[in-house]
Design a protein around this ligand. Structure first.
Ligand SMILES: [Zn+2]
Length: 345
């Protein structure tokens, strides 16, 4: 069937809206009619070419969304036609069927195991989870990336406990989810660090007890004015190497832990003193907040839906698929935290 997709044809250029033909389903693949897609820094990096040379163009993109199953390939057992699903880049149960190849007027269009900037997508079974009960399909796009990454960093990687002092560097979509998790875990204080004033305001709405503007002075001193020994736990969600260092340096000696979530540009490096480790601090990495979709998404859905935070407001700006480039520009400028692409518009 024909469907509309926003394609990356050349890095550094706007996405191109194209009518592409979906392929016959391979074993383990599922055809999904997308209802909503989110977008995050990963797509901004892909479009800008910040991940290095892109040998897959032209290709589909987007890695978080919700939709309805239209058809399933052979051997698919996890979902069936008509099921409402969450699409996520984080692999869960089910088959890894590889990326689909679409046809665009005779040209091959590549895609990964999941893509969402399109009205219909061929997705690997293991990138789908059932829409949790009671979860609206728009809010559920957060389950595709921002919630498992941000909440997972706090609950799964750092295993925050009540009373832990927690700092979150970068309060965009993922950082906001980390702040909510920090607050729900009983973190005290919960400190949001972001140079953007509107994102600092957002941080205060979504769990931060304090916010810091890192351009206003020394960040570590500002954190120690709130948590004198440093924080127990820190989350980095900016992709900036210097901020990754700040995150670990903001933690307390003898047990402080920091986790890096942000993706740095290809080739980026930082230099750090090994004394950081000798003082008993740890710098950790994570893949999707160490989240396991089939185990964690129902739990994160209940936390997002418990009414403590105005979660729907995180997605206040809805865009048509045709306006995807505007959505990405607004995300890049910091005008919005998390765009919502509504395929019904
Ligand atoms: Zn993402």
């Amino acid at each position: 069937m024909k469907t509309t997709a926003a394609l990356l044809v050349e890095t550094g250029k706007p996405l191109v809206l194209a009518e592409i033909e979906t392929p016959a389903l391979n074993p383990g693949q599922v055809l999904v009619e997308i209802a909503y897609s989110g977008a995050c820094g990963t797509q901004l990096m892909e479009v800008a070419g910040d991940k290095g040379e892109d040998k897959w163009v032209p290709h589909c993109l987007g890695h978080e969304g919700t939709g309805t199953v239209v058809d399933v390939g052979s051997a698919v057992t996890k979902v069936k036609e008509g099921d409402k699903v969450v699409l996520s880049w984080i692999k869960g149960e089910g088959q890894e069927a590889g990326g689909a190849k679409y046809d665009w007027d005779g040209k091959t269009v590549n895609s990964g195991g999941v893509t969402t900037f399109q009205r219909h997508a061929v997705v690997s079974e293991n990138r789908l989870t059932h829409l949790p009960d009671g979860m609206p399909m728009d809010v559920a796009v957060l389950l595709g990336c921002a919630a498992p990454t941000g909440m997972g960093a706090v609950f799964n990687v750092l295993q925050a406990k009540a009373g832990d002092a927690i700092a979150v560097f970068g309060t965009g979509g993922i950082g906001i989810n980390a702040l909510m998790a920090a607050a729900l875990a009983g973190g005290t204080p919960v400190i949001g660090v972001d140079p953007n004033a509107s994102r600092r305001d957002l941080a205060m709405t979504y769990g931060a007890t304090h916010v810091i503007d890192p351009t206003a002075g020394d960040v570590i001193e500002a954190i120690k004015a709130i948590a004198p020994n440093g924080v127990d736990l820190a989350v980095e969600a900016t992709g900036i190497p210097d901020v990754m260092l700040q995150a670990v340096n903001a933690t307390r000696q003898q047990g402080g832990r920091a986790v890096v979530i942000g993706n740095a540009k290809a080739g980026a490096e930082f230099k750090m003193s090994p004394n950081v480790f000798n003082s008993g601090r740890s710098l950790l990495g994570t893949w999707g907040g160490d989240s396991v979709p089939d185990r964690d998404y129902g739990r994160f859905a209940r936390l997002l839906g418990n009414g403590r935070f105005p979660v729907r407001d995180l997605l206040s700006n809805a865009y048509k698929l045709e306006d995807i480039n505007e959505a990405l520009a607004d995300l890049r400028s910091g005008k919005i935290g998390r765009p919502l692409i509504d395929m019904s518009l």
